[in-house]
Write a protein that binds this ligand. Structure first.
Ligand code: AMP
Length: 222
């Protein structure tokens, strides 16, 4: 399946994508993760992105567009992909649609995970991210079983610079200004599927997302 997932910062996009991508037979392409890796590795795109990301501002459309174009062209993306964090602006939407029309691989679904802003702050401020594999944990809602190391790969956990209160405000304002118009456009076209995550746990949201996308429900292990 080819799926585009939207959500404000802290809506839990990455968490849900990690839970469903195997059933979707898709690779996940998270532009925030790709940019953080580029910044860590000191590439040209990474250098351009780093300062903007630290302030919670968007990286220029051309920079992130090129990263997405390259990633979609890799062989493992042929079977399917989940785009997380792209497109975030109307020009990015236009670029993505041009790219996918050319490749004759339009998205199968566009999904919004909708979370009210008052829930977002607690989620974002408690988030801890693995420097190595980019997995997200939460000090209260999803603590790493390995304490201050990543429960998945053992890497060091840190608080992203853009997960501070001031930067969160900038990111929410950016979401309202640049990304909400993208959602409005897709809604007007009647292609946007919306899942309300208000106050629901990640498990409950997963059930909704799976039902919405027609995926099998997770098997209970007793
Ligand atoms: P995320 O991990 O999705 O919260 O993204 C972290 C940061 O990466 C954002 O605040 C932006 O600075 C940058 N970023 C990620 N995706 C995009 C995008 N599609 N366009 C511009 N900047 C992006």
């Amino acid at each position: 399946m080819r799926l585009v997932v939207f959500g404000a910062p802290g809506a839990g996009k990455g968490t849900q994508v990690a839970r469903i991508r195997d059933d979707l037979q898709a690779v996940s392409i998270a532009t925030g993760d790709l940019l953080r890796i580029a910044a860590r590795d000191g590439s040209e795109a990474g250098r351009q992105a780093q300062a903007l990301m630290a302030k919670g501002k968007l990286v220029p459309d051309e920079v992130v567009g090129e990263i997405v174009r390259d990633r979609l062209a890799q062989t493992d993306a042929r079977l399917g992909w989940v785009l997380d964090g792209f497109p975030r602006t109307l020009p990015q939407l236009a670029l993505l649609e041009r790219l996918l029309a050319k490749a004759k691989t339009p998205p199968d679904r566009w999904l919004l995970i909708d979370v009210p802003e008052d829930v977002i702050a607690e989620r974002v401020l408690g988030r801890r991210t693995c420097r190595q594999c980019q997995t997200s944990w939460h000090v209260k809602f999803n603590p790493s079983p390995a304490g201050d190391r990543c429960g998945r790969c053992g890497g060091e956990l840190y608080q992203r610079l853009d997960d501070s209160p001031e930067n969160l405000e900038t990111r929410l304002a950016t979401f309202r200004r640049d990304t909400v118009p993208v959602l409005q456009r897709l809604r007007a076209r009647g292609v946007l599927t919306e899942v309300r995550a208000d106050g629901r746990s990640p498990d409950e949201v997963e059930l909704l997302v799976r039902a919405t996308l027609g995926l099998p429900q997770p098997v209970q292990v007793y």
